[in-house]
Ligand binder design. Structure first.
Ligand code: COI
Length: 357
């Protein structure tokens, strides 16, 4: 089947690309010319459309607005040369989105709609992929309930969209993290491992409080004992302790990040000791006090590899005198971004190249 038969395509008659500075796009403020839209009704997904990016009409009673039956993904497209744009592990995003859909009772869509839809959008909007190092075209697939009814039940109608946005770095300087003894991000049996809107909404108030105290984000601890490190909400977390790369293991309360998985695979491939396990905040703080905490960084699609300057917990801080990434974070960043840009070998088969014309 060709993509023309999968998608009903309407091209824009006036591109907006000349209004955008692709060298300094910020994050998620500008959107490329086209988007994918697909409706679910009568028990099935309908034919997907690719059309000019623009507003959608909703009613105030739209149930997604009230009850957050909604999931999303984040992946990126990278400029290689005038003929090639690279996608990084988009099938991992598809698989995760299907798990999120299942958890949120949203009907799953075909793999081809997701993957070929992204490729088709990249074909159409390849000029929106920034060429500057560190910049990329962020791809945001999302699906949500679309019933015009404010009853709290599984919806009967849905929409699936893919929009794309030229982006620079998510964090433009090393981040300061604090734990919270009062708030938690996710509980076992909850939705912490689904990429669903409510996880992000629930994190805003604690993050706002942390910001008022001079921190950038909350380093979440587990909900039962307030002891074990989980993630940052915008990214997974890694510690280098005495040369060992340690990250919390996946036990249902943290997001299984694609960048997290790539960091773990790459470090193991290099022969670096890697431990995915429970790690208590006390262990982190003690390692800091004993000069064993070599570096801390976050990993995520938006954040890529984001250095951490401070970890604050219970009145104590471990700080790093840095203005960029530490050696391990930098080595990982260099290799991951080089693979993404087609400048380094891809031994894991992570890249899907799109030929553009
Ligand atoms: C991503 O890294 O793709 C995310 O969805 C995180 C979000 C805070 C931008």
């Amino acid at each position: 089947m060709t993509t023309d038969t999968i998608f009903n395509i309407t091209k824009t008659s006036s591109s907006r690309i000349d209004n955008v500075d692709l060298d300094t796009p910020g994050f998620g403020r500008e959107f490329a010319d086209h988007m994918l839209e697909m409706e679910y009704k009568d028990g099935q997904w309908q034919q997907p459309e690719i059309k000019p990016y623009g507003p959608i009409e909703i009613t105030p009673s739209l149930n997604a607005l009230h009850y957050a039956q909604s999931v999303f993904e984040g992946t990126k497209a990278y400029y290689v040369d005038g003929e090639t744009i690279n996608l990084f592990r988009p099938e991992k995003n598809y698989e995760r989105m299907m798990r999120s859909c299942e958890r949120m009772c949203i009907p799953k869509m075909d793999r081809d709609i997701f993957i070929e839809g992204i490729k088709e959008l990249i074909q159409l909007d390849h000029q929106w992929v920034p060429q500057k190092d560190g910049n990329s075209l962020y791809i945001r697939p999302f699906a949500c309930a679309f019933d015009p009814i404010i009853s709290a039940r599984v919806a009967e109608t849905y929409r699936f969209y893919i929009i794309t946005s030229p982006v620079g770095s998510y964090y433009d300087r090393p981040v300061k993290l604090t734990t919270s003894q009062q708030y938690v991000r996710a509980v076992r049996g909850g939705v912490g491992d689904a990429k669903t809107a409510g996880n992000y909404a629930a994190s805003l108030y604690p993050a706002q409080k942390a910001k008022k105290q001079g921190f950038d984000q909350v380093l979440w601890l587990d909900a039962e004992e307030h002891t074990y490190v989980e993630e940052v909400g915008t990214m997974n977390i890694f510690f280098v302790i005495d040369g060992v790369l340690v990250t919390p293991d996946l036990r249902g309360t943290i997001l299984p990040g694609v960048t997290r998985d790539s960091v773990v695979q790459l470090a193991k491939h290099w022969g670096m000791p890697v431990e995915e396990r429970r790690i208590s905040i006390d262990e982190v703080m003690e390692a800091g006090e004993n000069d064993m905490l070599d570096e801390v960084f976050g990993a995520g699609t938006a954040a890529v590899i984001a250095p951490v300057e401070e970890v604050h917990h219970d009145g104590q801080s471990v700080t790093f005198d840095i203005d960029g990434r530490g050696p391990v974070g930098q080595k990982l960043y260099n290799r991951i971004t080089a693979i993404q840009r087609g400048q380094a070998e891809d031994p894991f088969g992570w890249i899907t190249s799109v030929k553009v014309d």
